[in-house]
Design a protein around this ligand. Structure first.
Ligand code: DMJ
Length: 644
């Protein structure tokens, strides 16, 4: 049998010894697998022979070496104790009598063993030489498979078996009503077009350029090619019943997804899209591979927390573990929405791996934040991970702040409402936000502004529109019987965001819109007029639909779906548009991975029944990946049963 230890060499180039090949570079040929294999066997037999010859040297020459004081280095090569021959014994050279006699016996025994090994190796080599190329190839392949299998087993052994949380409502979601079903089928068809286009033109790349019909990526993924769209879209495929596509994606992940790459990635983005996506696929499908990959990736993110305060860097190199922050962030700061959006996935990682490190890291972030002064009770967007001090006192419920608030609420929901500390932080933060950032425009539209340079900027981002859904989701359980109030606030934000869509030519929302000088819910600057297939407005429609069943939310969702179909669909997928106020917009030529993960998923769920992924059993991460509520009352974070 071939020794597995020889296998890794099989891919290397070995200079040819075959006289039939010229030694000129242009004639130099790479040896074929089986030829290399035979050479290696002969080489290994030769090495064994040389090694054995050492023991036939006269004793005196070996003693001379020991006299040089190299015992510690050399003895292990022939130490019978290491060979397991004389447990508890030591060889003392230069002494006569019984010890010397025993030593000679040991050496004799060892020589015989080496001689026998050597002869067996030669016999095996001779046998191999008799075999045909095909037989040798088959043997090599069998060995390779075995090594791959062993590695796989080793990987999954890292993860202890933990009870699967109760998974409720993961099948179908047929809405019953044929008209609603037709809409749902249309969304499914859009998903298929987005996926098939990526499959055809961008497979394995992070994202797709639907007009250029080739792969695309951005700096959040470093220079990696990690198939972000595959990982991000997979649970949507599962939910929509696109099982062949799901299998295809799973196969790619099994064979190709490798995190040992020299790439500097965004900790936040990789967490919400990759770890979140893998976890959701694992819970929905039960396929172990997703859990194993999530665990491998999560481990790679841990070095990002090696900062003086434990507040992680924004970026980490997956290979070296070196972290740093974005150059544009105030005073070298980390970003609130980034380090504050790890909790859900990290708690699940501790649950599934039994490694408390993930849970400890995110709880440490929470503790750090609790210690700090908050201007007006608000959390600024920037925090320096070296000094532990805030950077600029900018506050936003949109970009740079948004999902931090979302994860406070969802930490509580995900813990089966036992993490009351998180709920308290959420309640206090929302109270401060309402007091200082939420206003009504002259035209009666409720908006959430941003705190900048000591005053309120009357501008709201598309990203901020997710907050309507968050207020509705957090209504139940809010302090002092304010549930109705928060549901109403959610409805008002949904209305404002719908207006931002309705006041455009394309009926698609701009990136940011103002409430100033007579302008209401419209973008002013050219660089705020784009729509990049974002989900937040549709996300809010879905939550509002679930909590109120007001048909206008389905109506608004359908309007958005039709506009996307009409203005963003191209033959190679779906593209963002640069100006929603222009009747002949240009495309940005990017099909974002979150379009498949979030926008289409929320639309599909909007036209599904409520018992499909019910909100008391599932909590959606900020990238719309559903994670089950962890009922930890009877189990620990590592899934073990609690003994009381
Ligand atoms: C998504 O990646 C996530 O929703 C994130 O929280 C912020 N926004 C993008 C999509 O717009």
């Amino acid at each position: 049998m071939t020794s597995p230890a020889l296998l890794p060499i099989s891919g290397r180039r070995i200079p040819t010894l075959n006289p039939g090949f010229s030694s000129f570079p242009h004639h130099r040929a790479t040896l074929r697998l089986s030829e290399k294999f035979i050479l290696l066997l002969i080489l290994s037999a030769f090495i064994t022979l040389c090694f054995g010859a050492f023991f036939f040297l006269p004793d005196s020459s070996k003693h001379k070496r020991f006299d040089l004081g190299l015992e510690d280095v050399l003895i292990p090569h022939i130490d019978p104790i290491k060979e397991g021959k004389h447990p508890g014994g030591h060889i003392i050279h230069g002494q006569g009598g019984h010890d010397e006699h025993r030593h000679r016996e040991d050496e004799e025994h060892l020589r015989n063993k080496i001689r026998a090994d050597h002869e067996r190796a030669l016999e095996e080599a001779k046998e191999k030489l008799k075999k045909s190329r095909e037989e040798l190839r088959a043997e090599i392949q069998t060995e390779k498979n075995k090594v791959a299998q062993d590695l796989k087993k080793k990987d999954s052994k890292l993860l202890p078996p933990v009870p699967m949380p109760k998974l409720v409502g993961i099948h179908d979601g047929d809405p019953g009503d044929p008209d609603v079903k037709e809409k749902r089928d249309k969304i499914r068809e859009m998903m298929k077009h987005a996926w098939d286009s990526y499959r055809q033109y961008g497979w394995g790349h992070n994202e797709l350029k639907p007009l250029a019909k080739k792969g695309h990526s951005t700096n959040i993924f470093g220079n990696s090619q990690m198939g972000a769209t595959i990982v991000d879209a997979l649970d949507s495929l599962y939910i929509m019943g696109l099982r062949d596509e799901f299998k295809d994606g799973q196969e790619w992940i099994e064979k190709n997804l490798d995190f040992s790459v020299n790439a500097e990635v965004s900790v936040f983005e990789v967490n919400i899209r990759f770890i979140g996506g893998l976890l959701a696929s694992y819970y929905l499908s039960g396929q172990e591979v997703f859990k194993v990959k999530a665990a491998q990736l999560a481990e790679k993110l841990l070095p990002a927390f090696n900062t003086p305060t434990g507040i992680p860097w924004a970026m980490v190199n997956l290979k070296s573990g070196v972290g740093r922050n974005w150059g544009w962030a105030s005073a070298g700061s980390s970003i609130l929405s980034e380090f504050g959006t790890l909790h859900m996935e990290f708690v699940h990682m501790s649950y599934l791996t039994g490694n408390p490190a993930y849970y400890n890291k995110v709880m440490h972030i929470r503790k750090q934040l609790q210690k700090m002064d908050r201007p007006n009770g608000l959390y600024p967007n920037y925090l320096n991970p070296r000094t532990g001090r805030w950077g600029q006192h900018h506050t936003s419920v949109g970009g740079l702040g948004d999902s931090f608030y979302e994860y406070l609420l969802k930490a509580w929901l995900m813990s089966d409402k036992t993490d009351i500390e998180a709920r308290k932080m959420y309640d206090e933060a929302i109270e401060a936000i309402e007091k200082h950032l939420i206003r009504k425009s002259n035209g009666g539209l409720t908006f959430i502004g941003e705190w900048k340079n000591g005053h309120l900027e009357r501008k709201m981002g598309h990203l901020t529109c997710f907050a309507g859904g968050m207020f509705a989701l957090g209504a139940d359980g809010s302090q002092g019987d304010k549930a109705g109030h928060y549901l109403q606030l959610g409805a008002e934000i949904a209305h404002t965001c719908h207006e931002s869509y309705d006041r455009t030519v394309l009926k698609l929302g701009p990136e940011a819109f103002k409430f100033d000088s007579g302008l209401e819910a419209v973008a002013v600057r050219q660089n705020e007029k784009y729509y990049i297939l974002r989900p937040e407005v549709i996300e809010t429609y879905w939550y509002m639909w679930r909590f109120t069943h007001d048909p206008k939310y389905r109506q608004w969702g359908w309007e958005a779906a039709q506009a996307i179909e009409k203005y963003c669909r191209v033959s190679g997928g779906f593209s963002g548009v640069k100006d929603v106020y222009s009747s002949s917009p240009t495309f940005d030529d990017v099909q974002q991975s979150f379009f498949l993960a979030e926008t289409l998923k929320y639309l599909y769920l909007l036209f599904s029944s409520d018992d499909f992924l019910p909100l008391d059993s599932w909590v959606f991460n900020t990238e719309a990946h559903p994670l089950p509520v962890l009922h930890l009352a009877n189990t620990t974070l590592s899934g073990n049963r609690v003994t009381r």
